[in-house]
Design a protein around this ligand. Structure first.
Ligand code: PEP
Length: 251
Protein backbone atom coordinates (compact mmCIF):
# COMPACT_ATOMS: atom_id res chain seq x y z
CA UNK A 1 0.00 0.00 0.00
CA UNK A 2 1.30 3.46 -0.82
CA UNK A 3 1.17 6.46 1.48
CA UNK A 4 -1.08 8.21 -1.06
CA UNK A 5 -3.69 5.70 0.03
CA UNK A 6 -3.58 6.10 3.79
CA UNK A 7 -4.89 2.86 5.25
CA UNK A 8 -8.26 2.73 6.93
CA UNK A 9 -9.32 0.30 9.62
CA UNK A 10 -13.09 0.24 10.07
CA UNK A 11 -14.85 -1.53 12.93
CA UNK A 12 -18.31 -2.87 12.12
CA UNK A 13 -20.00 -3.55 15.44
CA UNK A 14 -23.12 -4.88 13.69
CA UNK A 15 -26.06 -5.34 16.13
CA UNK A 16 -23.83 -5.45 19.20
CA UNK A 17 -23.29 -3.10 22.09
CA UNK A 18 -25.28 -1.37 24.79
CA UNK A 19 -24.26 2.05 26.07
CA UNK A 20 -21.90 0.88 28.81
CA UNK A 21 -19.90 -1.60 26.73
CA UNK A 22 -19.97 0.45 23.54
CA UNK A 23 -18.75 3.65 25.14
CA UNK A 24 -15.99 1.86 27.05
CA UNK A 25 -14.80 0.19 23.83
CA UNK A 26 -14.81 3.45 21.90
CA UNK A 27 -13.01 5.32 24.68
CA UNK A 28 -10.23 2.72 24.82
CA UNK A 29 -9.64 2.95 21.07
CA UNK A 30 -9.72 6.76 21.12
CA UNK A 31 -7.26 6.92 24.03
CA UNK A 32 -4.79 4.61 22.27
CA UNK A 33 -5.15 6.61 19.05
CA UNK A 34 -4.38 9.85 20.88
CA UNK A 35 -1.20 8.36 22.30
CA UNK A 36 0.30 8.38 18.79
CA UNK A 37 -0.60 8.15 15.11
CA UNK A 38 -0.74 4.44 14.20
CA UNK A 39 -0.31 5.33 10.52
CA UNK A 40 -3.90 4.70 9.49
CA UNK A 41 -7.34 6.24 9.75
CA UNK A 42 -9.81 4.60 12.12
CA UNK A 43 -13.60 4.57 11.99
CA UNK A 44 -15.97 2.89 14.43
CA UNK A 45 -19.42 1.93 13.15
CA UNK A 46 -21.65 1.24 16.16
CA UNK A 47 -25.34 0.38 15.98
CA UNK A 48 -27.52 3.42 15.25
CA UNK A 49 -28.59 3.70 18.89
CA UNK A 50 -25.00 4.47 19.91
CA UNK A 51 -23.75 6.60 17.04
CA UNK A 52 -24.28 9.99 18.70
CA UNK A 53 -23.09 8.91 22.15
CA UNK A 54 -19.95 7.28 20.74
CA UNK A 55 -19.26 10.36 18.62
CA UNK A 56 -19.57 12.61 21.66
CA UNK A 57 -17.45 10.32 23.84
CA UNK A 58 -14.52 10.35 21.39
CA UNK A 59 -14.97 13.80 19.85
CA UNK A 60 -11.53 14.92 21.04
CA UNK A 61 -9.84 12.10 19.12
CA UNK A 62 -9.00 11.47 15.48
CA UNK A 63 -11.23 8.37 15.49
CA UNK A 64 -14.22 8.81 13.17
CA UNK A 65 -17.72 7.41 13.53
CA UNK A 66 -19.82 5.75 10.85
CA UNK A 67 -23.27 4.30 10.34
CA UNK A 68 -24.00 0.76 9.14
CA UNK A 69 -26.70 1.62 6.59
CA UNK A 70 -28.83 4.52 5.34
CA UNK A 71 -32.02 4.98 3.35
CA UNK A 72 -31.79 6.46 -0.17
CA UNK A 73 -34.26 9.26 0.75
CA UNK A 74 -33.47 12.26 2.95
CA UNK A 75 -36.64 11.94 5.03
CA UNK A 76 -40.17 10.60 4.79
CA UNK A 77 -42.49 7.75 5.66
CA UNK A 78 -39.91 4.97 6.10
CA UNK A 79 -40.50 3.49 9.52
CA UNK A 80 -37.36 2.18 11.15
CA UNK A 81 -34.98 3.65 8.59
CA UNK A 82 -32.29 6.28 8.99
CA UNK A 83 -31.26 8.79 6.34
CA UNK A 84 -27.77 9.89 5.39
CA UNK A 85 -28.35 13.48 6.62
CA UNK A 86 -29.47 12.01 9.96
CA UNK A 87 -26.21 10.08 10.26
CA UNK A 88 -24.26 13.22 9.44
CA UNK A 89 -26.28 15.15 12.00
CA UNK A 90 -25.50 12.48 14.61
CA UNK A 91 -21.76 12.90 14.04
CA UNK A 92 -20.97 10.33 11.36
CA UNK A 93 -18.51 10.90 8.57
CA UNK A 94 -18.72 7.39 7.06
CA UNK A 95 -21.45 4.85 6.32
CA UNK A 96 -21.15 1.16 5.43
CA UNK A 97 -23.40 0.29 2.49
CA UNK A 98 -24.23 -2.94 0.68
CA UNK A 99 -22.89 -5.19 3.43
CA UNK A 100 -23.66 -8.82 2.55
CA UNK A 101 -25.79 -9.16 5.68
CA UNK A 102 -28.02 -6.34 4.36
CA UNK A 103 -28.02 -7.82 0.88
CA UNK A 104 -29.02 -11.24 2.31
CA UNK A 105 -31.23 -10.36 5.29
CA UNK A 106 -33.00 -7.41 3.67
CA UNK A 107 -32.90 -8.36 0.01
CA UNK A 108 -30.84 -5.32 -0.95
CA UNK A 109 -30.15 -5.24 -4.68
CA UNK A 110 -27.27 -3.52 -6.45
CA UNK A 111 -29.74 -0.87 -7.62
CA UNK A 112 -30.83 -0.09 -4.06
CA UNK A 113 -27.24 -0.06 -2.80
CA UNK A 114 -26.33 2.35 -5.57
CA UNK A 115 -29.16 4.70 -4.53
CA UNK A 116 -27.91 4.52 -0.94
CA UNK A 117 -24.36 5.36 -1.99
CA UNK A 118 -25.73 8.33 -3.95
CA UNK A 119 -27.62 9.48 -0.84
CA UNK A 120 -24.49 9.15 1.30
CA UNK A 121 -22.44 11.19 -1.16
CA UNK A 122 -25.14 13.88 -1.38
CA UNK A 123 -25.06 14.18 2.41
CA UNK A 124 -21.27 14.51 2.49
CA UNK A 125 -20.58 11.10 4.01
CA UNK A 126 -17.83 8.76 2.82
CA UNK A 127 -19.46 5.53 1.61
CA UNK A 128 -17.83 2.19 2.44
CA UNK A 129 -19.28 0.11 -0.38
CA UNK A 130 -19.13 -3.66 0.25
CA UNK A 131 -18.85 -6.26 -2.48
CA UNK A 132 -17.95 -9.94 -2.34
CA UNK A 133 -18.66 -13.30 -3.90
CA UNK A 134 -20.56 -16.22 -2.39
CA UNK A 135 -18.91 -19.56 -1.61
CA UNK A 136 -20.59 -21.04 -4.65
CA UNK A 137 -19.22 -18.32 -6.92
CA UNK A 138 -15.72 -18.83 -5.50
CA UNK A 139 -16.00 -22.62 -5.96
CA UNK A 140 -17.20 -22.25 -9.56
CA UNK A 141 -14.27 -19.97 -10.38
CA UNK A 142 -16.50 -16.99 -11.21
CA UNK A 143 -15.61 -14.74 -8.25
CA UNK A 144 -13.90 -12.02 -10.31
CA UNK A 145 -16.87 -11.65 -12.65
CA UNK A 146 -19.42 -11.74 -9.82
CA UNK A 147 -17.65 -9.00 -7.89
CA UNK A 148 -17.20 -6.92 -11.05
CA UNK A 149 -20.96 -7.09 -11.68
CA UNK A 150 -21.69 -6.09 -8.09
CA UNK A 151 -19.33 -3.15 -8.25
CA UNK A 152 -20.66 -2.03 -11.63
CA UNK A 153 -24.23 -2.20 -10.35
CA UNK A 154 -23.64 -0.49 -7.00
CA UNK A 155 -21.18 2.29 -7.81
CA UNK A 156 -22.94 5.51 -8.86
CA UNK A 157 -21.61 7.89 -11.49
CA UNK A 158 -21.23 10.54 -8.79
CA UNK A 159 -18.62 8.41 -6.98
CA UNK A 160 -15.20 9.97 -6.44
CA UNK A 161 -12.08 8.15 -5.21
CA UNK A 162 -11.81 10.28 -2.08
CA UNK A 163 -15.51 9.88 -1.18
CA UNK A 164 -15.89 6.15 -1.67
CA UNK A 165 -14.04 3.25 -0.05
CA UNK A 166 -14.60 -0.22 -1.47
CA UNK A 167 -14.55 -3.20 0.89
CA UNK A 168 -13.98 -6.63 -0.64
CA UNK A 169 -15.74 -9.05 1.67
CA UNK A 170 -16.14 -12.61 0.43
CA UNK A 171 -19.46 -13.70 1.94
CA UNK A 172 -18.04 -17.07 2.95
CA UNK A 173 -15.27 -15.42 4.97
CA UNK A 174 -17.48 -13.18 7.11
CA UNK A 175 -17.68 -14.43 10.69
CA UNK A 176 -16.45 -17.91 9.71
CA UNK A 177 -12.76 -17.80 10.61
CA UNK A 178 -11.96 -18.67 6.97
CA UNK A 179 -10.14 -16.28 4.66
CA UNK A 180 -9.04 -16.42 1.04
CA UNK A 181 -5.35 -17.00 0.45
CA UNK A 182 -3.08 -13.97 0.09
CA UNK A 183 -2.82 -14.47 -3.70
CA UNK A 184 -6.63 -14.66 -3.94
CA UNK A 185 -7.06 -11.43 -1.96
CA UNK A 186 -4.38 -9.65 -3.98
CA UNK A 187 -5.87 -10.87 -7.26
CA UNK A 188 -9.32 -9.54 -6.33
CA UNK A 189 -7.98 -6.21 -5.09
CA UNK A 190 -5.89 -5.67 -8.23
CA UNK A 191 -8.99 -6.52 -10.27
CA UNK A 192 -11.10 -4.03 -8.29
CA UNK A 193 -8.43 -1.34 -8.63
CA UNK A 194 -8.39 -1.77 -12.39
CA UNK A 195 -12.20 -1.63 -12.54
CA UNK A 196 -12.27 1.50 -10.38
CA UNK A 197 -9.65 3.09 -12.60
CA UNK A 198 -11.95 2.60 -15.56
CA UNK A 199 -15.06 3.73 -13.68
CA UNK A 200 -13.77 7.03 -12.25
CA UNK A 201 -11.12 9.59 -13.06
CA UNK A 202 -8.27 8.72 -10.72
CA UNK A 203 -10.25 5.71 -9.53
CA UNK A 204 -7.07 3.66 -8.99
CA UNK A 205 -6.50 5.76 -5.85
CA UNK A 206 -9.72 4.48 -4.21
CA UNK A 207 -9.00 2.84 -0.87
CA UNK A 208 -9.69 -0.90 -0.99
CA UNK A 209 -10.37 -2.69 2.28
CA UNK A 210 -10.37 -6.43 2.83
CA UNK A 211 -13.04 -7.78 5.18
CA UNK A 212 -13.79 -11.30 6.40
CA UNK A 213 -12.38 -12.87 9.57
CA UNK A 214 -9.55 -10.36 9.99
CA UNK A 215 -7.96 -11.08 13.37
CA UNK A 216 -4.77 -9.96 15.14
CA UNK A 217 -2.92 -13.07 13.94
CA UNK A 218 -3.69 -12.67 10.22
CA UNK A 219 -3.93 -8.88 9.92
CA UNK A 220 -0.29 -8.09 9.20
CA UNK A 221 -0.07 -10.52 6.29
CA UNK A 222 -3.30 -9.28 4.71
CA UNK A 223 -2.57 -5.58 5.28
CA UNK A 224 0.88 -6.02 3.76
CA UNK A 225 -0.53 -7.01 0.35
CA UNK A 226 0.18 -4.37 -2.29
CA UNK A 227 -3.45 -3.52 -3.15
CA UNK A 228 -4.93 -3.81 0.34
CA UNK A 229 -5.43 -0.39 1.94
CA UNK A 230 -7.00 -1.46 5.19
CA UNK A 231 -9.62 -3.71 6.71
CA UNK A 232 -13.30 -3.84 7.54
CA UNK A 233 -13.40 -5.74 10.82
CA UNK A 234 -16.49 -7.35 12.33
CA UNK A 235 -16.08 -9.72 15.28
CA UNK A 236 -12.59 -8.57 16.26
CA UNK A 237 -13.75 -4.94 16.43
CA UNK A 238 -15.77 -5.77 19.56
CA UNK A 239 -12.66 -6.41 21.64
CA UNK A 240 -10.53 -3.32 22.17
CA UNK A 241 -7.25 -5.25 22.38
CA UNK A 242 -7.91 -7.24 19.21
CA UNK A 243 -9.06 -4.22 17.24
CA UNK A 244 -6.06 -2.21 18.36
CA UNK A 245 -3.69 -5.04 17.43
CA UNK A 246 -5.20 -4.97 13.91
CA UNK A 247 -4.80 -1.17 13.75
CA UNK A 248 -1.16 -1.55 14.70
CA UNK A 249 -0.64 -4.12 11.94
CA UNK A 250 -0.93 -1.32 9.38
CA UNK A 251 2.66 -0.29 9.96
C1 PEP B 1 -17.97 -7.77 8.54
O1 PEP B 1 -19.03 -7.99 9.08
O2 PEP B 1 -17.85 -6.81 7.78
C2 PEP B 1 -16.87 -8.68 8.83
C3 PEP B 1 -15.80 -8.60 8.09
O3 PEP B 1 -17.03 -9.56 9.88
P1 PEP B 1 -15.91 -10.52 10.52
O4 PEP B 1 -14.66 -9.71 10.68
O5 PEP B 1 -16.49 -10.94 11.80
O6 PEP B 1 -15.70 -11.64 9.56
Amino acid sequence: MTQARRPLIAGNWKMNGLAATGLALARDIAAWREAGDPGCDIVLCPPATLVRAVGEAISDSAVAVGGQDCHPAESGAHTGDISAPMLLDAGCSYVILGHSERRQDHGETNELVRAKVEAALRAGLIAILCVGESADERDRGVALGAVARQLGGSLPEAARPDRVVVAYEPVWAIGTGRTPTHPEIQEMHAHLRALLGRAMTGGEATRLLYGGSVKPDNARGILGLPDVDGALVGGASLKADDFWAIVQSCR
